[in-house]
Design a binder for this molecule. Structure first.
Ligand code: NAP
Length: 331
């Protein structure tokens, strides 16, 4: 969440909530503005918090800085922290709020999901696909459907999630490392998860070879061969049982995974969509066709009609080099 301090219409301080447990955007913006905050306006994406959490209430800092008016985009979804608008009004600060509810909620969907009470992580599905919705060519190769700008974006995206998951088919085809290697370094590297019903994860796969440095969890079905599971455990992979995607997500939630980025492949993507378990799509559309025999981005989705199909809400479209990023939320 971000904040700016405006004095006479000029920005005199800017700040954002850089990491969980750190100063909120308001406090950072007020610190940047210093004495210029007195009598100024504070414009902030989220209703300022009114409680002692990891940091003291922002409302107190706002009143102490002498801010005359607060304008915020969306009300706080956190039942514990909300109430900031009323607290500010009681302290004599003018408040206008809830002016951009939908936009702020979309921009901070991972935060707001925590209060939706679904009991599972926020699930985002990211795929690089062609104009004909293929994610790999007829030989099963996906390197590289998208260009370097899109691949850099993925590194940035990964840094914001608690865990990254792929199906075992993707490990076999691409042998991804699923680590964050971009400019943004997360305080805690995302956990790596492989959906591996039959415990077929190859022992020489990168996610297995490096499992002792960056944790890897294999989610296997109850029918998986015990010897294969034991070999994975011996290689440093954590192995847990979940027979379907719903069970897998509930288990990840229990292990403090509140945001999950699924990076394919087509089998996992189709299954998750079919079961209505995806909250957000990050689709990188590359300007090429791969045609018959190419791997479908969403395998096994049942057919429907235009009237009955669910339309997603597009929250962002942006060029990434020659590719186009589409971000869509489920309604
Ligand atoms: N362009 C891109 O963005 C991109 C990204 C990733 C992969 N790819 C390409 O996609 C292809 C791989 O896709 P794919 O469809 O063959 O494989 P996949 O989706 O990566 O993996 C499918 C496997 O995952 C298992 N699985 C699915 N849901 C599960 C669950 N809830 N729990 C446990 N296991 C589960 C499936 O087992 P069951 O069938 O028994 O359920 C199956 O063995 C490769 O060609 C790769 O290059 C492209």
């Amino acid at each position: 969440m971000g904040a700016v301090v405006l004095s006479g219409g000029t920005v005199v301080g800017e700040g954002f909530h850089a990491e969980f447990g750190g100063a909120h955007g308001e406090v950072a913006a007020l610190a940047a503005a210093g004495g210029r905050a007195r009598g100024a306006d504070l414009v902030v994406s989220l209703e300022p918090c009114a409680h002692h959490g990891k940091t003291p209430p922002c409302t107190e800092a706002i009143v102490a800085a002498g801010i005359a008016r607060v304008v915020f985009g969306a009300h706080d979804g956190d039942p514990v922290a909300r109430g900031g608008a009323d607290a500010l009004r009681r302290a004599g600060v003018a408040v206008e709020g809830g002016l951009l509810e939908t936009a702020v909620r979309a921009q901070n969907a991972l935060f707001f999901h925590r209060f939706d009470g679904r009991g599972r992580p926020f699930v985002a599905l990211k795929l690089a696909m062609t104009l004909d919705a293929r994610i790999a060519d007829r030989e099963g190769r996906s390197r590289w459907v998208s260009g370097p700008e899109a691949r850099e974006f993925v590194q940035w995206l990964r840094a914001g999630f608690d865990a990254i998951a792929v199906g075992v088919g993707t490990v076999r085809a691409d042998d991804p490392r699923l680590t964050v290697r971009g400019a943004v370094v997360p305080a805690k590297p995302p956990r790596r998860v492989v959906l591996d019903r039959r415990a077929e994860l190859p022992l020489d796969a990168a996610v297995v070879r490096t499992a002792r440095e960056t944790p890897t969890l294999a989610l296997v079905g109850r029918g998986a061969r015990p010897e294969a599971c034991a070999a994975l455990r011996a290689a440093g992979v954590e192995v847990a049982t979940a027979d379907d995607a719903g069970e897998a997500l509930a288990m990840l939630a229990d292990q403090d995974v509140s945001t999950l980025l699924i990076e394919g492949g087509g089998g996992v993507a189709g299954r998750m969509l079919k079961e209505d378990l995806v909250d957000r799509l990050y689709l990188v559309v590359a300007p090429l066709w791969l045609g018959e025999g190419g791997v479908s981005a969403f395998a096994g989705l049942p057919g429907t009609t235009i009237e009955h199909a669910v339309r997603w809400r597009t929250v962002q479209r942006r060029p990434l080099g020659d590719d186009t990023l589409l971000v869509m939320d489920r309604r």
